[in-house]
Design a binder for this molecule. Structure first.
Ligand SMILES: [Zn+2]
Length: 118
């Protein structure tokens, strides 16, 4: 795992309320939520590549190059969706990138997974 660096940001109280609500729904701290939002932004702009992945049972494991760690995407058959165990979300940069990866896409089609864009 790469070393963590702390940064401070300021947001309006309205933004804070929204972040607080979503963080509570996900069961994560606000700082973790903001980190996953930044990660998704990085993925959407191609700053992060998936170099390695692995399938086992109902889990797709990815190597996240900016986190320097493995991230597991777990298939939830009841919802027919992938759940990211790192972001604690059904929609995140990992899932959105995985769905477009040529080696992962066939698995997503085979599992008949629903990918919510937002
Ligand atoms: Zn994720």
């Amino acid at each position: 795992m790469l070393r963590d660096v702390r940064i401070a940001i300021s947001v309006t109280s309205e933004v804070d309320k929204i972040l607080e609500k979503i963080a509570e729904e996900r069961g994560v701290q606000k700082s973790k939520l903001v980190e996953t939002i930044v990660l998704q932004w990085l993925y959407e702009r191609g700053y992060v590549k998936i170099y390695h992945f692995n399938f086992r049972d109902n889990v797709i494991s990815l190597w996240d190059t900016v986190l320097g760690r493995i991230v597991d995407l777990e298939y939830k058959p009841d919802k027919r969706m992938l759940f990211c165990n790192y972001c604690k979300a059904y929609v995140c940069g990992h899932i959105l990138t995985a769905k477009n990866h040529p080696d992962i896409k066939p698995k997503i089609i085979k599992w008949d997974i629903i990918i919510d864009e937002y």
